[in-house]
Design a protein around this ligand. Structure first.
Ligand code: SF4
Ligand code: SF4
Length: 286
């Protein structure tokens, strides 16, 4: 059986993407694996409460390390570093890891050969179990690099888990935006489900993420959330979907009960129950 992957994304944050992902996970009867690919702001775990089984360091790019005992304080590394990552103090150089981009230029110019590159932990990924199925999730450390690489890693682990446990599909909570982590989240997924809202920025960012999905060959479908907050805005989203051949699976009104459920770290499945079956059936048809 071929495992399907649905990645829920949004051009912008705050559209209700994670709430809908959690509610779909609770609704879908099929055997599934849950994947948190919003590694900068991993909120799905707040709603799904995974029980941790394993945790692994995520080693991203290498960063520079100065052997202070051999440093003669010539400052050549500081001059060559385009990212202002070298600090000189008391005649010695040191590297501010937050700024280091791992380009290795300092290792080349150092006359003492006292700068080396070392693996650097950029975050952590986890395997756990929820009441709805196994879950792979991750947290990038604040200021951590290589978020796209971490997204790729959790998706790969989710797929291995699905194969091992005979799951039919993977439901992935993707990141907002259209940058590197979003590219990593939608590439190779069967469907990117874009959650948007009836605002100018909602329309603008919907078209940007849809363009990204098209560029990477991922089929796109749309859910319009908080639709009743602006009739005009909703019409504009509907027009944008129709003009760009994007299936609009549902329009959900603003439901205060959803906000209330999420504020209590509870999946808003009951609150969204009228919308989940049609969305899920249409997703499966696509
Ligand atoms: S590896 Fe590159 S970015 Fe990092 S300290 Fe050296 S020169 Fe600067
Ligand atoms: S280039 Fe090497 S020797 Fe010179 S300040 Fe930097 S680390 Fe020290």
């Amino acid at each position: 059986m071929k495992i399907k992957e649905i990645t829920v994304v949004s051009g912008k944050g705050g559209t209700g993407k994670t709430s809908l992902t959690a509610a779909l996970a609770a609704f879908a009867p099929e055997k599934k694996v849950l994947c948190e690919a919003d590694v900068d702001a991993p909120d799905l775990e707040i709603l799904l409460h995974p029980r941790p089984e394993r945790e692994h360091p995520f080693m991203g790019m290498q960063t520079a390390l100065v052997d202070a005992a051999r440093c003669i304080g010539c400052g050549k590394c500081e001059d060559v570093c385009r990212f202002d990552a070298i600090r000189m103090a008391s005649g010695k150089a040191s590297v501010d890891k937050t700024f280091c981009e791992g380009c290795s230029a300092c290792t080349i110019v150092c006359p003492q050969g006292c700068i080396s590159m070392e693996d650097t932990r950029q975050g952590t990924w986890f395997f756990g179990r929820t009441d709805l199925g196994p879950m792979v999730h991750a947290r990038l450390k604040p200021g951590g690099e290589n978020s796209g690489m971490l997204v790729q890693l959790v998706r790969k682990e989710a797929r291995l888990t699905a194969e091992r446990e005979g799951a039919e599909f993977i439901l992935t909570d993707g990141p907002p935006g259209i940058a590197c982590p979003a590219i990593s989240a939608v590439t190779g997924a069967n469907i990117a489900l874009v959650v948007t809202e009836p605002t100018m920025s909602g329309k603008h960012d919907l078209l940007r993420i849809a363009g990204l999905c098209e560029r990477f060959g991922t089929k796109t479908a749309v859910v319009l959330n908080k639709a009743d907050l602006s009739e005009e805005g909703s019409e504009k989203i509907e027009e944008a979907c129709s003009e760009n051949g994007l299936p609009l699976l549902a329009s959900i009104p603003f439901l205060f009960e959803v906000v209330h459920a999420v504020s209590q770290a509870r999946i808003p499945s009951k609150e969204l129950e009228n919308y989940l079956a049609p969305i899920w059936e249409k997703l499966k048809a696509l």
